[in-house]
Design a binder for this molecule. Structure first.
Ligand code: ARG
Length: 660
């Protein structure tokens, strides 16, 4: 069957003919008024009106879809995969799931993209006992390529590579499209919901570098999902319900007995925590009381909730300072939020007969998992496991999330693996339908490659770290004598953008799975793949137009009237690089590895430099320095580069500055 619009149009035409015929019949009767109108005619008129209405709606939504499709950036790689996928299936219809490999070509002289499927297909056929020559398969694939808008020509190379050359006109049109519509995400089939559980420090304890990593990586993932049009719920799963609260509250009662009426001045929660821990370990009596406090807190006795709130507030304020620096939006929904749901979750496991007793504890074994979850401790309390089961259940059934991501250090990998397996066992979700994933990361090391510590061996306080970043970035700016050119406000802005941008970028530009060495010297270096380099590069690109006295309105106008020429080899290289943005984002969506975006932005910046060194954008008089010629299509290439960089920065949580 054809598309709904053609179908409806055909039906409408038929109906209209019948209406005409019936009306003519009515007319031909001598006294139409005296007759009751033909019921068939009435029926037809009504249905006709309905059909017309449907058709209009359909036409409108189709129109919207089309304009939206053209507004969004095309994923060239994906489009090539569609085209080659079709050709591959047609060439070897008997092959089950033939491999589809299309990649950008590393050596541009051999083409722009490359399809490497033929060799793997020949291999597959061979294992099935069919003799096949990969070059012949490649030939067949080429013969079966469907008509398309973007391939100029293909050629076979070596053992059966297919080199793909793109149409310059088409690439140029895509760039124009980008300039006119801005950087738009690919169209989304349906709006999906994603929960990202990140940052998640523990109350009363210091937020450490591990939490910093989680905060930076998690925030960037959220930004990516937001750009792609997902409905994103950013959750801070703070540790606010553990046994440590027993001793904290008991100590609070002793130290500030009037805490119910006067806010206690606990400035340093760390010290407070240490004191109470010491008593907990040394005083038998205190220990007993501490345990009682946990029970009374968890049964939500008002005075205990009050004490708990006071303590949480102190931590919250500390955390917020870090979030303010790094511009992090996040909703606090700690372990305590799930107290009642933990009871329900445990009940559900018990009712299904999935709980075992183990020396007074209640445990759950999940299929294929070597260690069990402890869902109830011998004293009746709940655990980290219980809170994660309850949280997952809530996110699946109440939030109705399609994607749930946990960003913590890789050390928690097993914990999440067991939690996910248990949830699948009880039937809470099907991994084919819902994506539940732990995005782990390696530990932060000092420059000595040992665990990140201060000189005296203490853990580094995050605020101290951020402040040191600020100081060093200001030193750097002053070294470059930027304080002489920028206004004081611009200087502060640049200082913060560089400091926090560098800390974020250093983290994001490394594969998160690996451990990573924290080095201020490296991250603030303005050579190499660093935020400092990229921020400078961006400011320079933005200033090209400004220095040639071309304002935004002129550029916007030019985008609509000037063809983006790509004749020079470096223009062509840059144009293709700019348009790879959607395929980079798609890859990150699949593997959640953000360093791919950093690598790409770095490549874009260096490709731009190559272009700029080889292609005059603005020609000036050598003597007077006056602008004598502006090559507008090249200015447009600068613009398109800057637009992609700005969007990339946005996803990484970097703030560009106009002047630096
Ligand atoms: N508070 C935990 C920690 O500091 C991280 C929590 C991560 N999220 C979760 N749902 N378990 O290690």
């Amino acid at each position: 069957m054809g598309d709904p619009v053609t179908e409806y149009t055909a039906r409408l035409q038929q109906q209209e003919q019948e209406i005409q015929r019936l009306s003519a019949e009515v007319q031909s009767l001598k006294n139409p008024q005296s007759l009751s109108p033909s019921p068939r005619l009435e029926e037809l008129r009504e249905e006709n009106a309905r059909l017309k209405y449907r058709l209009n709606i359909l036409k409108r939504s189709l129109e919207e879809e089309r304009t939206h499709c053209t507004k969004s950036m095309m994923n060239i790689n994906q489009r090539l995969q569609e085209i080659f996928g079709e050709a591959i299936r047609a060439s070897c219809p008997d092959l089950d799931n033939p491999p589809l490999a299309v990649t950008p070509n590393q050596q541009p002289k051999f083409g722009d993209y490359q399809c490497n499927s033929a060799m793997a297909m020949a291999q597959m056929l061979k294992t099935q006992g069919v003799k096949a020559n990969p070059r012949e398969i490649a030939q067949k694939i080429i013969q079966n390529l469907p008509d398309n808008e973007l391939i100029q020509k293909t050629e076979i190379a070596g053992p059966g590579f297919i080199n793909i050359h793109l149409k310059r006109m088409f690439v140029s049109k895509l760039l124009t499209n980008l300039l006119i519509n801005g950087v738009q995400p690919p169209p989304l089939a349906s709006r999906k919901k994603v929960v990202v559980d990140f940052s998640s420090p523990n109350i009363a304890k210091e937020m450490h570098v591990g939490h910093l990593r989680s905060t930076i990586i998690g925030d960037s993932m959220c930004r990516l999902f937001e750009f792609l049009g997902y409905d994103v719920l950013r959750l801070n799963h703070v540790g606010d319900w553990g046994t440590q609260f027993g001793m904290l509250i008991a100590h609070l009662q002793d130290k500030f007995p009037d805490y119910l009426t006067v806010s206690p001045p606990i400035g340093d929660l760390q010290a407070f925590y240490k004191e109470s821990k010491k008593r907990f370990d040394e005083e038998e009596d205190f220990k007993r009381r501490a345990y009682q406090c946990v029970v009374r807190l968890q049964s939500k006795e008002p005075d205990f909730i009050k004490a708990w709130n006071l303590i949480c507030d102190v931590s919250r304020k500390e955390f917020q300072k870090v979030y303010d620096c790094l511009d992090i939006q996040i909703i606090e929904r700690g372990e305590s939020y799930y107290q009642d749901m933990m009871t329900e979750a445990v009940k559900e496991f018990e009712e299904r007969g999935l709980v075992q007793q183990d020396e007074g504890r209640k445990i759950v074994f999940a299929p294929g998992q070597p260690i069990p979850l402890t869902v109830v401790k011998s004293d009746g309390g709940y655990t980290y496991d219980t809170s994660d089961l309850a949280a997952l259940r809530q996110r699946l059934f109440e939030e109705k999330a399609d994607v749930i991501i946990y960003v913590t250090d890789s050390g928690q990998g097993t914990h999440f693996q067991v939690v996910f397996a248990a949830a699948q066992m009880i039937g809470w979700y099907d991994p084919q339908v819902t994506r539940v994933e732990h995005a782990g990361f390696g530990v932060v090391l000092g420059e000595d490659k040992k665990k990140f510590k201060t000189r005296s061996g203490d853990t580094v306080r995050l605020m101290d770290l951020l402040e040191e970043g600020l100081k060093r970035s200001m030193d750097k700016l002053k070294d470059k004598e930027r304080d002489k050119v920028l206004t004081p406000e611009e200087l502060i802005k640049a200082q913060r953008a560089v400091a926090f941008g560098c800390i974020k970028y250093a983290d994001l530009s490394h594969n998160r799975i690996n451990d990573y060495v924290f080095s201020f010297d490296k991250m603030l270096d303005d050579r190499g793949n660093t935020a400092a380099y990229l921020l400078y590069a961006f400011t320079r690109i933005r200033s090209i137009a400004r220095l040639a006295n071309i304002d935004e309105a002129t550029l916007r106008k030019a985008a609509e009237t000037t063809e983006v020429l790509l004749d020079h080899e470096k223009e062509w290289k840059l144009g293709k690089c700019i348009l790879r943005f959607p395929e980079i984002l798609q890859k990150i969506l699949d593997d959640l590895l953000l360093h791919t975006l950093c690598d790409y932005l770095y490549e874009l910046a260096t490709t731009f430099t190559e272009f700029y060194d080889n292609c005059y954008c603005v020609e000036k008089d050598r003597q007077t320095g006056e602008v004598v010629k502006v090559n507008m299509w090249r200015m447009l290439l600068c613009e398109a580069t800057a637009a992609i960089m700005a969007k990339g920065f946005d996803i990484l949580g970097l703030k560009p500055v106009q002047r630096m």
